[in-house]
Design a protein. Structure first.
Length: 499
């Protein structure tokens, strides 16, 4: 049976030789041949030309506009995809025409035979076909074509003559030239694979279309969902929001959970599924990598990092001993700030995410090395803190008034201490003691205190810290005597605190 120059396969003919079209959901198809090549021939249900004698002018005009639209669109796509082949992972369209009998638009694509289930592939083979799919999508996008309906059903998996696995993109009925992507509710999609911006346009919630303009990045999002199914056995999930699909959930809350996120998808760079897929399904298109970069990541030529969606403003415990984060500056300039795997993942507003060390943060002004934060002593405590150098030497980075009469001191973790505790630990002295007696070195002040009566009896008015851990004893006439701590103890000028 011949159909517009194509010989329909016998499997699609009934006993009388009439064509038996098979349903595809949005159309119907048969397989045909021309010469030695096989083709997939599909009649689309969405478009038809105006019928002769059609009386409704509005319907006639709508059908005429729809017919011209599909003709022009597919003509442009055919020209842009002319050099693409099955070897590049694309079953391109090669012809289109109107079926006069049914008044339906027909597209003819290269047929992909020998389909197999991807479940028969090894893990290594699945990673290889994932790379092939990213390459195919990159080829499309670089030709200024968006597929707009990436899903598992539109991918055919085969094995070539040598037994190697291959993946091929099919079904370009819903494809668009990049510059002509629709920005309204005519956007094609398949439920479960649609990006958040597609959801936004479909529910009429976008007040500024340019804010989330539809771009080819919707294909990257859909391919990310496909990768999750292909490589991990399940689609990404979402928590904490009521939604029916991933795109809807991400539009609402911007967070998704990639299953088995620690799975390595590129052994060369140790790229994980969480980072690869997390980047591809980022809620905002500006966060997603291009298809080419995804292909390069799967080939080990680059790496990807899943975007993060909130400012955390927290240094690692170890870094918190050495630096103080400028939280106001981070909040003002950054959309994301998270410590992970030994580095800080930072995304400045309007920029791509980057990895930074503590040194990088300090250079950018987000952290200050060894900054000491000292609050004013609480009225009535009459304290004077040690110098910043002395506090820094003891790994103290802040002493600030806390609640219920206590002070907060920060080392690796926060702790609270009373005013008496600060004096006991040698972090502060009471002003009255300093004025009359002086200050012991912190190590000595932990267990000892100045014996003021004995100091006066021996004719001294003050003890001062000297060099090399020794003390200067100041007489009333201004002369000095140098002694170490043992000399002070033997002279009873210092005694135990519990004495």
């Amino acid at each position: 049976m011949s159909y517009h120059g194509y010989t329909v396969d016998a499997a699609f003919l009934d006993a009388a030789g009439k064509i038996c079209w098979r349903d595809t959901g949005n159309g119907e198809y048969v397989i045909g041949r021309k010469g030695t090549a096989k083709y997939f021939i599909k009649r689309n249900h969405a478009y038809r030309r105006p019928l002769r004698g059609e009386k409704c002018d509005a319907l006639k005009k709508r059908n005429a506009e729809g017919a011209k639209f599909i003709e022009d669109k597919q003509k442009k796509l055919l020209a842009r995809m002319r050099k693409m082949t099955l070897e590049s992972g694309i079953a391109r369209e090669v012809d289109h025409f109107w079926d006069d009998e049914s008044n339906k638009f027909v597209t003819v694509s290269v047929f992909v035979g020998g389909a197999v289930e991807y479940s028969s592939f090894t893990n290594a083979e699945r990673l290889e076909v994932a790379r092939q799919l990213a390459e195919a999508l990159a080829t499309l996008h670089e030709a200024k074509v968006a597929h707009c309906d990436i899903k598992l059903k539109n991918i055919v998996f085969v094995r070539d003559s040598s037994g190697k696995p291959r993946a091929v993109l099919i079904d370009f009925d819903n494809a668009y030239p990049e510059e002509a992507l629709p920005q309204d509710d005519s956007i094609p999609f398949s439920e479960g694979y649609e990006a958040p911006e597609v959801v936004a346009h479909l529910d009429d919630s976008v007040t500024d279309p340019e804010a989330e303009r539809i771009t080819p990045s919707i294909d990257v999002f859909s391919l990310g969902v496909v990768f999750s199914e292909l490589l991990l056995g399940a689609r990404p999930s979402f928590e904490g929001v009521k939604a029916d699909t991933l795109g809807e959930a991400l539009k609402a809350c911007g967070k998704a959970v990639v299953p088995h996120a620690d799975t390595i998808v590129c052994p060369a760079t140790r790229l994980t599924a969480g980072d690869l897929i997390g980047a591809m399904i980022a809620p905002r298109r500006s966060m997603r990598p291009t298809a080419r970069r995804v292909a390069e990541a799967l080939a080990g030529k680059t790496t990807l990092t899943a975007p993060i969606f909130e400012v955390v403003m927290k240094l690692s415990p170890a870094d918190g001993r050495r630096a103080v984060l400028d939280e106001a500056k981070v909040a003002a300039e950054c959309e994301a700030f998270v410590f992970s795997d030994g580095v800080y993942r930072v995304r400045k507003k309007g920029a791509e995410e980057c990895k930074m060390t503590l040194e990088d943060l300090a250079a950018a002004g987000y952290a200050e090395w060894n900054k000491i934060i000292l609050g004013a002593p609480r009225p009535g405590d009459e304290l004077e803190f040690l110098s910043e150098d002395e506090l820094r030497a003891r790994d103290i980075i802040s002493i600030e008034p806390g609640e219920k009469g206590y002070y907060v001191r920060r080392l690796v973790t926060a702790g609270i201490v009373s005013a008496a505790g600060l004096v006991r630990d040698g972090l502060a002295v009471r002003k009255e003691d300093k004025l009359s007696l002086g200050v012991l070195f912190p190590a000595d002040a932990r267990t000892l205190k100045v014996n003021a009566p004995e100091l006066a009896r021996q004719g001294y008015k003050e003890i001062k810290q000297g060099a090399d851990g020794k003390y200067r004893l100041i007489r009333a006439d201004g002369s000095e005597v140098i002694r170490n701590i043992n000399g002070l103890r033997l002279s009873f000028l210092v005694v135990r605190k519990d004495a």
